[in-house]
Design a protein around this ligand. Structure first.
Ligand code: HSE
Length: 309
């Protein structure tokens, strides 16, 4: 059995407009790299982090450490691991930074332990990392990062995740302004009451979006990418949100909303040409600000964490 493994853990877009805490998908192009090696010390050791470094390396405070420990506790194992993290996804970006580290860690540990768990079971452990990061165990980033594709979190207790393949011409463009929004704070901002009329519209959109994905009905996907509950409360945190949304819709995007808890904003598009036009529209809006930003355009990834070597 191998003693060391290297994995790539992709970024992800959660909520997907109408599906707060229950929908997410993985994206190619950006992700964290991690190397896990077994040690004989019976404990977890996180080496100094490369890339975005401003993260705790104490295993009980680091999302990767917390997630692996949850797996080991469930297994009744005291196997130790050395953990190297190349953190390419900025924390507080809204594209699943904490989930990537947690998901990469549990997939890698599971491989080195002889695969005692299925990928679906690993989502439970990756989700524990989210508690460390945001105080809440939401799985809408963790599930697609572990499994790939679009994921529906049908229920949390017990966790019931449904994975669906993405239509082949579905592209995602994400703009990531280089400011940080803490998920915990963006969650505390939300009202805990939902107006029934808004909830009815939201349920219609969730059902429409899933149906559109199954049938590769791009028009239906676009019509359903509307959030009547969370977007309005959170968009105040995101510079240029209304201008971005208007510009990408004019450029032909199917729909646009906040990625996770922001500040990233995503748009879904049919085909690469539309994705390029939408990237230019985002660039046009944001180049007028003084905020540094990155734009990523990629197909929705049907892969979750990938084993590199
Ligand atoms: N569903 C979570 C939220 C995702 O919006 O708070 C956080 O990235």
């Amino acid at each position: 059995m191998n003693k060391s493994i290297k994995v790539f853990a992709p970024a992800s877009v959660s909520n997907v407009g109408c599906g707060f805490d229950i929908l997410g998908f993985a994206i190619d192009g950006i992700g964290d790299e991690m190397i896990l090696s077994k040690n004989n010390l019976n404990k977890l050791h996180i080496k100094p982090i490369e890339g975005y470094k401003n993260l705790p390396t104490e295993p009980s405070k680091n999302v990767a450490g917390v997630a692996i420990q949850a797996l080991l506790d469930d297994l009744g194992s005291n196997q130790g691991f050395d953990i190297e993290i190349k953190k390419n996804i900025k924390p507080g970006s809204g594209i699943g930074s904490s989930s990537a580290s947690a998901a990469g860690a549990v997939v890698a540990a599971n491989e080195l332990l002889g695969k005692p768990y299925s990928r679906k079971e690993l989502v439970n452990f990756a989700m524990q990392g989210e508690i460390a990061a945001s105080g809440d165990a939401h799985a809408d980033n963790a599930a697609p990062t572990v499994l790939g594709g679009f994921c529906i979190v049908r229920a949390y207790d017990p966790l019931d995740v449904i994975q669906i393949e993405s239509p082949k011409d579905l592209w995602c463009v994400v703009i990531h302004p280089q400011i940080e929004i803490k998920t915990k704070e963006a969650r505390e901002l939300l009202s805990t009451e939902v107006d029934l009329k808004k909830a009815i519209r939201q349920w219609g959109n969730v059902a429409g979006l899933i149906s559109g994905l199954h049938q590769s009905d791009y028009n239906l996907i676009g019509r359903s990418l509307e959030d009547h509950i969370v977007e309005k409360q959170r968009k105040v945190l995101i510079p240029e949100f209304d201008n971005l949304k208007q510009a990408v819709l004019e450029a032909g995007a199917l729909g646009c909303s906040i990625s996770g808890s922001g500040p990233s904003v995503f748009a879904l598009c049919e085909g690469e040409d539309k994705a390029k036009a939408v990237s230019s529209a985002m660039n046009e809006v944001f180049s007028k600000t003084t905020i540094p930003y990155f734009i990523y355009a990629s197909q929705v990834s049907n892969n979750g964490v990938r084993i590199l070597e």
